[in-house]
Design a binder for this molecule. Structure first.
Ligand code: FES
Length: 210
């Protein structure tokens, strides 16, 4: 047989059996190596069994002291770190801020009755330690609003929504008032839970916690 045509020669039955065995062995080995890679990859995507998501982020003493600067007519911007633990990234800290407003339960109940009864009643105290804490996210489409001292209002620069000091929606396209967040004092620490509510909805619908 010409050398160029040698590859067409099927060989003897013994040679064919040996080739089939080698081919199967290579496939089997590939499968074992593949499994070896896939199993650690898959388990790395699963949260560890002992993961305990803590939805309260503690403020440092300096951050907590910032609340004291709030007066009856001057909300205060309090920066803190949202502490999250998950199976993918481990522990992460993301800088956020909230608006702290000095208020009594009675004032809030008068100005924002929807937070105390009915469908939008929040399942946590709206006022804690003499403050209400508002998410900095405008409930219209998510811009960050700011406090305007001259007007004594919270103003959103994106589409002009206006909110009272206690977060009541007064003008603009937003469909609800500012969103209060849970605040507590626990074991000597001031803590906040970061919650993101759905934009552009009259109801408080939770999108993300922590
Ligand atoms: S995002 Fe604030 S008014 Fe539109």
């Amino acid at each position: 047989m010409a050398h160029a045509e040698a590859y067409k020669d099927p060989g003897t039955p013994e040679e064919q059996t040996r080739r089939t065995f080698m081919a199967n062995a290579v496939i089997a080995l590939g499968g074992v190596i593949g499994l070896g890679l896939v199993i650690p990859l898959a388990t790395s995507l699963l949260p560890p069994a002992d993961a305990t998501p803590d939805q309260w982020s503690s403020l440092t003493p300096e951050e907590a002291a910032a609340f004291k600067k709030a007066t009856d007519k001057q909300p205060v911007k309090v920066t803190f770190h949202v502490h999250e633990t998950n199976g993918y990234l481990g522990a992460t800290d993301t800088e956020q801020f909230v608006w702290g407003v000095k208020a009594t339960e009675q004032q809030m109940e008068q100005e924002r009755p929807e937070l105390f009864k009915g469908a939008d009643k929040v399942p946590y105290p709206v006022v804690n330690m003499g403050f209400v804490v508002f998410s900095p996210i405008c409930p219209h489409l998510g811009c960050k609003y700011t406090w305007n001292t001259a007007q004594n209002k919270f103003l959103c620069p994106c589409h002009g929504s206006i909110y009272s000091e206690l977060g009541k929606h007064e003008a603009g396209p937003a469909l609800r008032g500012l969103d209060p967040l849970p605040l507590r004092e626990f074991q000597g620490k001031v803590q906040i839970t970061w919650i993101e509510y759905k934009f552009n909805s009259p109801q408080l619908i939770i999108q993300r916690v922590g």
